[in-house]
Unconditional design. Structure first.
Length: 81
């Protein structure tokens, strides 16, 4: 047995007085990277949720971001050869 199709929802919107549009805000140019800045490449990995929670907790206890902790781990891994 199937249900009858549902009617789309409609909303009564009262007419309003049009307000003049404000001038769009001008965005400042993004800051230029420092000359010694390293170009970065995004890396993705899927890890179990429990591993990520522990990684995030250790990063917080160390006062660094997860990104910094992962980068340090990769650098140490690569240095071992």
């Amino acid at each position: 047995m199937t249900s009858p199709p549902r009617k789309p929802m409609t909303f009564a919107v009262p007419p309003t007085t049009a307000l003049p549009l404000a001038e769009p805000a001008k965005l400042a140019a993004p800051p230029k990277p420092a000359p010694d800045a390293v170009e970065r490449q995004q890396v993705g990995a899927r890890v179990p949720a429990s591993v990520y929670r522990e990684l995030k907790a250790r990063a917080a206890l160390s006062g660094v971001t997860v990104q910094t902790l992962v980068e340090q781990a990769i650098v140490e891994f690569l240095a071992k050869g």
